[in-house]
Write a protein that binds this ligand. Structure first.
Ligand code: BES
Ligand code: MN
Ligand code: ZN
Length: 457
């Protein structure tokens, strides 16, 4: 339980976090005013129920918030229900994790209002506890950065904007940044160039590589799909499908955010972040259906569909990762619509052939309430990627159906042979709920970070 450190903390409005079982006990000893208010709104400490008790001067006196049977992450729904002010948690279940609660509060106060003339009243503040603040603030900041990047419109989040953010992050944490573009990109990352070359010169494709850490620490490669806007290319998306494709750089944003968590908390690992950053645009020199692309690995790729561009840029990035012989490779990508058909918007499918890694990820996912679900890298569908004219193709045969699985299998042809996990993220809240506003969402990286901490700390 966070203790009140200062006089200001002591004046903060007290919050009780209760599960339904504890509510009965709590109500018995609570003042009649609170009991009666609870009765009128049928409060029973179900997840997300919020009870505000006002004094006779009209000041908020105390707050009771229901956790239901959920964990600390449901505190995300609380700040949005409260007026501006200072709050502190005075009561919570015995198994409640203060750091996780503070993180949930921070994630729940996130707003994207930088394009609005008026930004509304400041979010309510949670008085700091006496726990390890640095641990959760790094995660909160990184998630906010990822969400800001994904929410930003494509006209303000082009390749150079992502490069600037990566450079700022590298500078802040003493990492090295190298950016490959132009002739060197054609030479070193031909598939990345092919996907991004139709964009205007100011939005030219590039490979961003950030390296950090001590040479004697194990190398973690983090790869993120950075398609700043996905029109679909010549296989143009219909309007509804294109509407939110500003978020198609979500993988790169997540990769940078995960790197920020790792660097800010000085995890004893070495990092290599690889972000192929491109715009999948329509122009005279756009790649065409039927084109056969070269790749960094040397495999030729037939472009059956210009809208399956993410796997093309990731192919070259994963090849680069493999060359570094990392101890572990993580990739994050808004790769397929099929991932949503399989698991919906909130649960992130992940793929790995490493059972130990899968178990560690599942455990971390539960611990930090960042929903992941392992999917099969089903080798039986691999022939769906065979091409008549090239080494493979980017649009799997329709018989294979499972679009997220076959996308993972495509990546596998380029990924390091060592431990590797691929996350097919959505990076988006499709519907608004208190604490989960419609728009960008950070997915999977809290779980991945928790897994890394458990393994390497
Ligand atoms: N960026 C999209 C996938 C996507 C769509 C993610 C909607 C989140 C929401 C990706 O580039 C794409 O278009 N994938 C195609 C692949 C197909 C052409 C083989 C898809 O999923 O339809
Ligand atoms: Mn696409
Ligand atoms: Zn895409």
């Amino acid at each position: 339980m966070p203790l009140a450190k200062t006089a200001a903390d002591q004046r903060a409005i007290p919050i009780s976090l209760l599960r339904p079982a504890a509510w009965a006990q709590f109500a018995r000893t609570a003042p009649a005013r609170l009991r009666n208010t609870a009765a009128t709104v049928q409060f029973s400490a179900k997840a997300g129920q919020c009870l505000c008790l006002w004094d006779s001067q009209g000041r908020l006196e105390r707050v009771v918030y229901g956790l239901g049977e959920t964990g600390a992450m449901s505190v995300r729904g609380l700040p949005g229900r409260l007026p501006a002010g200072e709050y502190r948690i005075v009561e919570a279940p015995a198994d409640f994790d203060d750091g996780q609660g503070a993180l949930a509060w921070a994630l729940g106060t996130y707003r994207f209002d930088r394009y609005k003339r008026e930004s509304g009243e400041p979010p309510p503040r949670l008085a700091a506890g006496d726990g390890d603040d640095a641990a959760w603030t790094a995660v909160a900041k990184a998630c906010a950065m990822a969400r800001d990047m994904v929410n930003a419109p494509a006209n303000d989040m082009g390749p150079s904007d992502i490069e600037t953010i990566a450079a700022g992050l590298a500078k802040a944490h003493g990492a090295a940044l190298s950016v490959t573009r132009g002739a060197a990109l054609i030479e070193g990352y031909p598939a990345v160039h092919a996907v991004g070359r139709a964009a205007t010169s100011k939005r030219a494709p590039r490979m961003i590589e950030m390296s950090w850490g001590k040479t004697n620490h194990p190398l973690i490669a983090v790869v993120g799909k950075g398609v700043v806007f996905d029109t679909g290319g010549l296989d143009l998306k219909p309007s509804a499908g294109m509407r939110w494709m500003k978020k198609d750089m979500g993988g790169a944003a997540h990769a940078l955010a995960l790197a920020q968590m790792i660097m800010a908390s000085a995890l004893p690992v070495r990092l290599c972040v690889l972000a192929p950053v491109v715009e999948n645009a329509v122009a005279g020199d756009a790649m065409r259906p039927g084109d056969i692309l070269a790749s960094r690995k040397g495999l030729s790729i037939e472009v059956g569909n210009t809208d399956a561009e993410g796997r093309l840029v990731l192919a070259d990035a994963l090849t680069r990762a493999a060359e570094l012989e990392p101890a572990l490779t993580i990739d994050l990508a808004t790769l397929t619509g099929a991932a949503r058909v399989a698991l919906g918007p909130d649960v992130v499918p992940f793929y790995t052939d490493d059972d130990g890694l899968a178990e560690d990820l599942a455990a971390a996912s539960r611990a930090v309430e960042d929903p992941l679900w392992r999917m099969p890298m089903w080798a039986g569908y691999d022939p769906a990627l065979d091409s008549d004219v090239a080494d493979l193709k980017n649009d799997p045969d329709p018989w294979s159906q499972a679009g997220s699985v076959t996308a993972a299998l495509f990546l596998k042809r380029f990924a390091p042979t060592g431990p590797w996990a691929h996350f097919d993220i959505f990076a988006w809240n499709a519907r608004a709920r208190p604490g989960w506003p419609q728009g960008a969402e950070a997915q999977a990286i809290r779980a991945v970070f928790a897994m890394l901490k458990a393994r390497y700390r």
